[in-house]
Design a protein around this ligand. Structure first.
Ligand code: WT7
Length: 679
């Protein structure tokens, strides 16, 4: 393979002098950051060419950036990076490390930490990973999967999930991972949207001591009328071949339903394939994956990421933001079902030949020391999690932390929602013992990788601020009312001025909606949907979503989806869902529900509605408050005024704003009187 990275320092020793024709191995000083940031903005072609040189291409691109952000132009919004380059993501995550240094085959790629703590654990070397990925890719091929086909993956947090992603990338299939908490209905919706002919799942998953029947959910999903495309279901057997890990689900295995000709055990299929599977050279702009995320309205959006730009971006951000050095052990607690898992459990770490920990369980099982016990067991150097996990752990006695050593830790990270200064301090002082820097990384499913984030030890931190933009990221605050761009210091809605290689290219087969949601609100800019304040020192403070998307425990939940689930209940005539501030989860979910005539607002119905929401969307979605409201505040044209509902539940009832357009202002007083949030 033609490598363009002759100047790349793959030994990991620090480059002392930067020769300006390639990127430095690490960013060592604030001056380096400023110089490179200026270059990334003034000459993105030069900067991103150097970033692309960190990867190995079949054909290095001659064209670097070719993007249009302005929806008003004749061309319209179009994003292309490295468009004539040829590359394979899987090759860059595995093969090349071994080709450059055969000893890499013996080095650890993944450490698997099962749900139940065990003395022993499972380490997968880069050599073993390569073999498993090639063989599984051949199973996919045997079942007719080829370049461009969509593959739905519905798996627990196990090594096989990473293997499945990498195998798709190897043969050019487009993966669509659906988080294992989603209901059969949500899976069916996602399968049908991208028309997958194949689903990869596991018989069971185990989380927090509970057995999660994944395969039977797929049976239900595939049986749904909207789900017509699935011909094959490949089923991993949980912990197949890992005798040391107790399998709590084996008792239930005998009750699995099986559809002959459609369902196949992966361990059986693997016996029939060889281990020769060359990676498929992909165009840089060929799709790599689809990942569904909630919007403020309508169905989930199939965020589309492509090959060359995505890998260039996640690989560079991983290296610099975690200041990753060879041999270090890195752990991210996110599930591969979310973008954090895609970018910073799998692709970012492996493309840097890192050691990445795959944790099957949850931070509170068997007790709240679990994460720190794992840190000690595997000598973890870099630990990356969500503020919600931090807040739930800090609610317990500090001794759960302090009885562990944590001496291996060098760096801590957070993602998913704003971290309050109190939680930041606890993370810094108690978990990190005051020794470890914290990277508060702001980004989104749509951005592919980190956007606003510290780089360790280059500038001072302020707990709760994601600080400064990464290379190539030009933030812009715009005013919601006037739509004017505001120079810092300023507060308003967060937009991005120009393209970066990691950004989503479109929504799967719905470019129109992509443009409407992200590029029409503020023409010329990418609109993030978040509020933000930039202070005098340039530090960015994210204030949270400005649209109808909730961020609960680090997960995006569209209020429209919950509303549509609620009204599917036979007793409900109307529903309005809003968020309220919650100390642990960032936001709580507050559901105003208007019942049909003659339906009694009894306690039993509350439980029933909760069940309806979880059955329709997924078990990770939980209405915290259900308020039976005979009437909702509406405009004369019948539009529910959510702005007022948000104020009621915040509660901030003295700043309701303009209520003059309401059809019946008395409705608001009634809600205030009956809301558990205003009592
Ligand atoms: C939304 C994106 C990207 C990984 C996880 C969530 C919020 C994310 C931060 C942060 C404040 C944050 C934003 C964003 N968010 N990181 N460091 N500080 N808020 O991905 O599901 O696409 O959600 O999460 O509101 O828009 P996602």
């Amino acid at each position: 393979m033609a490598s363009s990275s002759s100047t790349n320092n793959s030994t990991g020793t620090h480059t002392t002098a930067w020769d300006k024709s390639s990127l430095p191995d690490q960013i060592e000083t604030f001056d380096d950051y400023k110089r490179l940031y200026a270059l990334s903005v003034d000459d993105p072609n030069q900067f991103w060419k150097m970033a692309a040189q960190r990867l190995d291409w079949y054909q290095f691109p001659t064209k670097i950036k070719n993007t249009e952000f302005d929806c008003r132009t004749k061309r319209g919004v179009e994003i292309k990076w490295f468009e004539d380059g040829l590359i394979n993501v899987c090759y860059n995550c595995i093969d090349r490390h071994i080709e450059k240094d055969p000893k890499a085959a013996e080095k650890t790629a993944i450490i698997f930490e099962p749900d139940t703590p065990t003395e022993t654990h499972h380490r997968i070397t880069y050599g073993e990973l390569l073999l498993s990925v090639k063989k599984f890719a051949n199973v996919l091929k045997k079942h007719g999967i080829k370049k461009g086909d969509r593959v739905t993956i519905y798996m627990p947090m196990v090594v096989e999930t990473c293997i499945a992603l990498l195998a798709c990338a190897r043969i050019g299939a487009i993966h669509s991972v659906v988080f294992g908490g989603f209901s059969a209905n949500s899976v069916a919706e996602r399968i049908s949207d991208c028309e997958s002919s194949i689903v990869i799942t596991s018989d069971f998953g185990v989380r927090g001591g509970k057995c999660i029947p994944l395969k039977s959910k797929i049976d239900q999903a595939v049986a749904m009328p909207q789900c017509t495309t699935v011909k094959t279901v490949l089923v991993f057997q949980r912990n197949y071949g890992l005798e040391n890990i107790k399998d709590d689900c084996s008792g239930q295995r005998s009750s699995l339903e099986w559809t002959d000709g459609r369902d196949f055990w992966v361990h059986e299929e693997l016996k029939a394939v060889d281990d020769n599977c060359p990676p498929e050279p992909m165009n840089a702009e060929d799709p790599l994956f689809i990942l569904y995320t909630s919007g403020s309205t309508g169905k989930p959006k199939g965020i589309l990421h492509t090959t060359g730009g995505y890998l260039t971006y996640v690989s560079l951000t991983f290296k610099y933001v975690f200041a990753y050095e060879p041999g270090e052990v890195y752990m991210c607690t996110a599930d591969v079902g979310w973008i954090t898992g895609h970018s910073y459990v799998v692709y970012g770490p492996l493309s840097n030949q890192a050691i990445t920990v795959v944790f099957e369980g949850i931070p509170t099982y068997p007790d709240v020391s679990r994460c720190w016990n794992i840190v000690d067991k595997h000598k973890i150097n870099i630990f990356y999690t969500a503020p919600t996990a931090i807040r739930s752990l800090m609610a317990h006695n500090d001794s759960f932390v302090t009885r562990t050593s944590r001496q291996s830790l060098r760096l801590l990270g957070t993602v998913g929602e704003p971290i309050n200064p109190e939680a930041w301090r606890w993370y810094h002082e108690v978990v990190g013992g005051g020794r470890c820097s914290i990277v508060d990384t702001w980004w989104q499913t749509e951005t592919g990788g980190f956007m606003i984030t510290p780089i360790p030890n280059l500038w001072g931190l302020e707990g709760g601020s994601a600080t400064l933009p990464f290379f190539g990221i030009q933030t812009q605050i715009v005013d919601k009312e006037s739509h004017l761009p505001l120079d810092p210091p300023s507060k308003g809605e967060l937009c991005i001025r120009d393209s970066w290689p990691g950004q989503a290219r479109s929504l799967y087969r719905n470019h129109k909606r992509f443009v409407e949601v992200y590029f029409e609100p503020y023409p010329g800019y990418y609109f993030s949907g978040d509020g933000c304040e930039i202070k005098e020192n340039g530090y960015h403070w994210i204030t949270g979503r400005v649209d109808d998307v909730l961020v609960i425990s680090g997960h995006n939940i569209g209020t429209a989806e919950v509303e549509s689930a609620l009204v599917q209940h036979s007793g409900v005539s109307e529903a309005a869902v809003v968020g309220y501030p919650d100390r642990v989860k960032n936001q709580g979910m507050y559901c105003f529900v208007t019942l049909k005539d003659n339906v009694e607002p009894v306690e039993e119905l509350r439980k029933d509605l909760t069940k309806t929401v979880r059955d329709i969307i997924g078990a990770h979605v939980f209405p915290d408050i259900i308020h039976f409201a005979p009437n909702l505040p509406k405009t004369r044209s019948g539009k529910i005024m959510r702005r007022i509902l948000r104020k009621i539940v915040e509660p901030d009832i003295h700043n309701l704003g303009d209520t003059s357009t309401l059809n019946d202002p008395a409705v608001v007083d009634e809600l205030i009187k009956t809301s558990p949030r205003t009592k």
